[in-house]
Design a protein around this ligand. Structure first.
Ligand code: PLP
Length: 388
C-alpha cells in the first residue's frame, strides 16, 4: 500500500526522524576513554525527566518488564509482602511477576476503568501496624484501560498512615509524557521503557531509584545477576556499563533527551494533555465513552468502548487492513470491548486528526453508528481554538 503505516498504538510509538538519524551510527568501543562522555551526561539528564535531584538514573538493555523485576529483586527479599492494586493488564502482569518471584502479594481488585483508591490504601496501611508491607506497587498509567492514577495522592496516603514501605511506580507509559515528579512524590523506584514517551525503539529499561531504595539493595537477598543494580552502579560511576550496551540506542536516547528538554517537560505534559483532550472531544462527538471513568483519563492513551453489540476487533482489523492505520486492541477482559488510540510521543494536531479520520472510517465500516466527520470536526474545533 502506498503511503506509510499510521502508528497509533500506545507503544512502540513513532520514532522521530531526528532520533532515527541520530541512531544511524557506526559502532564504537564501549570501553574507550571517550565512551563516558556519552553515558554520563545521559544518566544525569535522565534525572531531569524523572524530576529527581537526590535519586539516581539507570539504563538497562531490557524492557519495561525487566524494570519491574529490577525494582523488586534489588530491594526486597523472597517472601516479603507487597501491595498492588489490579485494574488492567499491566498491573495484573506486575502482580503475576511478584507471585512468580516468590513475593507475598496482596492484590486488591479495582474495577477496570478506575485507578488506585487512595482512601482504601491509607486505611489498609494504617491497619498494617507491624509494617509487614515492604513495598506499594503503583501503576501510574494503566495502558490497557487508559487510566492515570494520582501518585502524589498515593504518597500522601502512605505518609498519612506513617507507613515506611517503598513506593515503586510503573511509569512505562507515563514518564516523559505525563507529569511525573519523583522527588516531590517520594517515589523510591520509577520504572520506564524506551518505546513510549522517550520515542525510541523498544529495548531499554529506563529507571530511577531514591537513596532509600539504593540503600535497600545492600540487604536485598533475591538472587540477581544481569539485572543487578550494584554492578550498574559500580560501572556507571566511571561512565561505563557492566556489559555491552546498544550504541545506537544510547545515541537515540541522547537525541530524545535533547528534544524533550529543549521542549521543556512542562510543555511536553501540556502538549500531551491538549492532544488527548482533542481525542476525548472526538469520542464524545461519536456518542461513545472511554473505559476510564471521569477523573482517571489518561493523556497518553484512550481506550474507546464500542457499543455492546459490536466487536472492537473488527474496527482494529479494518483500520489496519483497509486504511493502514494501527490501533491498540483490548487486552484480556477488555478484548473486543475497546480499541485504544495511542497519543503519546511524536504527535501533533494534524497527525492525530488523520488518525481520528481513519478511526471514523473503520468504525463506519464495522457498522458502528456514528456521524461521519463528527469526531474529526470536534477535534478540529478544539485544536484550532487552543493552538498556540
Ligand atoms: N507497564 C506498562 C504500563 C506498559 O504499558 C507496558 C507495555 O506496554 C509494560 C509495563 C511492559 O513493558 P515492556 O513491554 O517494555 O516490557
Amino acid at each position: 500500500m502506498a503511503g506509510r503505516n499510521h502508528l497509533y498504538i500506545p507503544g512502540p510509538t513513532n520514532v522521530p526522524v531526528e532520533i532515527m538519524s541520530a541512531m544511524n551510527v557506526v559502532m564504537e568501543d564501549h570501553r574507550s576513554p571517550i565512551f563516558p562522555n556519552l553515558l554520563k551526561p545521559i544518566l544525569q539528564d535522565l534525572k531531569k525527566v524523572f524530576r529527581t535531584e537526590t535519586g539516581q538514573a539507570f539504563y538497562f538493555p531490557a524492557t519495561g518488564t525487566a524494570g519491574w523485576e529490577i525494582a523488586l529483586t534489588n530491594t526486597l527479599n523472597p517472601g516479603d509482602k507487597v501491595l498492588i492494586y489490579r485494574f488492567g493488564q499491566f498491573s495484573h502482569l506486575w502482580a503475576q511477576m511478584c507471585k512468580r518471584l516468590g513475593l507475598n502479594v496482596e492484590v486488591h481488585e479495582v474495577t477496570w476503568g478506575l485507578g488506585i483508591p487512595v482512601d482504601k490504601l491509607e486505611a489498609r496501611l494504617k491497619e498494617d501496624t507491624q509494617h509487614e508491607i515492604k513495598a506499594v506497587l503503583a501503576t501510574h498509567n494503566e495502558t490497557a484501560t487508559g487510566v492515570t492514577s494520582k501518585i502524589g495522592d498515593v504518597r500522601k496516603a502512605m505518609d498519612a498512615a506513617g507507613h515506611p514501605a517503598l513506593l515503586f511506580v510503573d511509569g512505562v507509559s507515563s514518564i516523559a509524557s505525563l507529569d511525573f515528579r519523583m522527588d516531590e512524590w517520594g517515589v523510591d523506584g520509577a520504572i520506564s521503557g524506551s518505546q513510549k514517551g522517550f520515542m525510541l525503539p523498544a529495548g531499554a529499561a529506563i529507571l530511577a531509584f531514591s537513596q532509600k531504595a539504593l540503600k535497600a539493595t545492600e540487604t536485598a537477598t533475591f538472587p540477581r545477576c544481569f539485572l543487578d543494580l550494584t554492578d550498574q552502579m559500580n560501572n556507571n560511576k566511571d561512565g561505563y556499563t557492566p556489559y555491552t550496551p546498544s550504541i545506537p540506542m544510547l545515541y537515540g536516547l541522547r537525541k530524545s533527551l535533547d528534544m524533550l528538554l529543549a521542549e521543556g517537560m512542562d510543555n511536553v505534559y501540556a502538549r500531551h494533555f491538549r492532544l488527548a483532550e482533542g481525542v476525548r472531544k472526538a469520542i464524545a462527538a461519536w456518542g461513545l465513552t472511554l473505559c476510564a471513568q471521569p477523573g482517571f483519563e489518561s493523556n497518553t492513551v484512550s481506550a474507546v468502548v464500542v457499543p455492546a453489540d459490536k466487536d472492537a476487533r473488527d474496527v482494529i482489523s479494518i483500520a489496519f487492513k483497509k486504511y493502514n492505520l494501527s490501533l491498540g486492541g483490548g487486552l484480556s477482559e477488555l478484548a473486543g470491548k475497546v480499541f485504544r488510540i495511542g497519543h503519546m510521543g511524536d504527535m501533533n494536531d494534524v497527525s492525530l486528526l488523520g488518525a481520528l479520520a481513519g478511526v471514523e472510517m473503520a468504525m463506519l465500516d464495522a457498522g458502528i453508528d456514528i456521524k461521519p466527520g463528527s469526531g474529526v470536526a470536534a477535534a478540529i474545533e478544539y485544536y484550532r481554538s487552543t493552538a498556540a
